[in-house]
Design a protein around this ligand. Structure first.
Ligand code: SAH
Ligand code: SF4
Length: 348
């Protein structure tokens, strides 16, 4: 793979610019990690040096389309990577924060039937440069709206803990060089136990979200096939160890599928799992987003709220999450490269 501009550390950049004075290295680093700009726009850096960087450290992401929701608060980027795979990044602007949802793999090997990425299969892991540049490019866009990215969720395409070492390097870059707080970084996993254990040994206290979706093995084996290898009992024990290492709360993600995992008995079983952890796990409920390859529909909002109330009555805490970005196919689980470009997409 080609080394791209967000692959290199500051020391590697200094070595690459061998002989350039320290203040020049600072300027280039600031162009990348403070201005999030293209080398062409680093007006304080000599033209020849900008051209050299552009050539020796190319960008990892070629923008294919950028789709903006009608009210402008959600932006989806479709990128093409070296080798032709496509991945997506979503920027969500809220009143009090700006969150970027990033991809960690092109496709995904986990095969969850309800997920558009899973339906597409696995192509390859992303590199550090490809992951970090997603944040840099989204930040560039946020700055146009006078905003700054504050939160990162690894909830785009792919399973981050199947690519843990690289994902961790990207976390360190986001924390150390972009300056994001580890508490504002969330890694979402389908429940890869060795990955959770590895993450527990890492120094920064990032948030862990576990995509649970079913609270008994029979149903979870169906919805999330990797459960056959990492069943709920073992997963819960990995979660307990993560909690004791990090002292952070874990969240359980629950995509609500009508008649499948939204019954009263599901709420009771889920609440039991939440209460097993200290502190208790927090449930995020989101109605399933429709995807082309899965015939079942999402739970009605009325039932989602009933389910939330049931969970609370059983002693679990739960939040109903907004479905951001559905109109531009940018919602959870809808990210699948190569889907038809929506009407609101503007080809660039
Ligand atoms: N592979 C990781 C992270 C990417 S998926 C994981 O599974 O956690 C991000 C989130 O979107 C997960 O919680 C996943 O279960 C959820 N998701 C996938 N397909 C969905 C769909 N069709 N509707 C709603 N959520 C979905
Ligand atoms: Fe992969 Fe997550 Fe989709 Fe499952 S839900 S197929 S783990 S991206």
């Amino acid at each position: 793979m080609t080394t791209t501009r967000y692959d290199v550390s500051r020391d590697e950049l200094a070595a690459l610019l061998d002989g350039a004075p320290g203040y020049r290295v600072d300027q280039v680093w600031s162009g990348l990690y403070e201005q999030f700009a293209d080398p062409a726009d680093w007006t304080n850096v000599p033209k020849a040096m900008r051209a050299e960087i552009d050539q020796r450290l190319p960008s990892a992401l070629r923008l294919v389309t950028e789709s903006v929701s009608t009210n402008g608060d959600t932006v989806k980027f479709l990128w093409e990577l070296e080798g032709g795979s496509r991945v997506e990044t979503v920027l969500m602007l809220y009143r009090d924060r700006a969150t970027v949802c990033i991809s960690s793999q092109a496709g995904c090997a986990m095969g969850c039937g309800f997920c558009a990425t899973g339906q597409a299969g696995f192509t390859r892991h992303l590199t550090v440069g490809e992951i970090v540049e997603q944040v840099a490019r989204a930040n560039r866009q946020a700055r146009d709206a006078d905003r700054r990215v504050s939160n990162i969720v690894y909830m785009g395409m792919g399973e981050p803990l199947a690519n843990e070492a690289t994902v961790w390097q990207s976390v360190e870059r986001l924390h150390g060089d972009i300056g994001l707080s580890a508490r504002h970084i969330t890694i979402s996993t389908v429940g890869i136990i060795p990955g959770i254990r590895k993450l527990a040994e890492r120094p920064l206290p990032v948030n862990l979200a576990v995509s649970m979706h079913a609270a008994n093995d029979e149903l979870r084996n169906e919805l999330v096939p990797i459960n056959k290898r990492y069943p709920i009992g073992d997963l819960m024990s990995a979660c307990r160890d993560y909690l004791s290492a990090k002292n952070r709360r874990i969240s359980f993600e629950w995509a609500m599928i009508s008649g499948v995992n939204d019954r009263d008995s599901d709420a009771a079983e889920l609440a039991d799992l939440c209460r097993e952890l200290r502190p208790r796990a927090h449930v995020n409920l989101i109605p399933l987003n429709p995807t082309p390859g899965y015939p079942t529909v999402g739970t009605s909002l009325k039932r989602v709220h009933e389910f939330r109330n049931l969970l609370e009555s059983f002693g679990a805490n739960a939040t109903v999450r907004q479905n951001r970005g559905t109109e531009i196919d940018a919602a959870c689980g809808q990210l699948a490269a190569g889907q038809p470009v929506t009407l609101s997409a503007k080809p660039l």
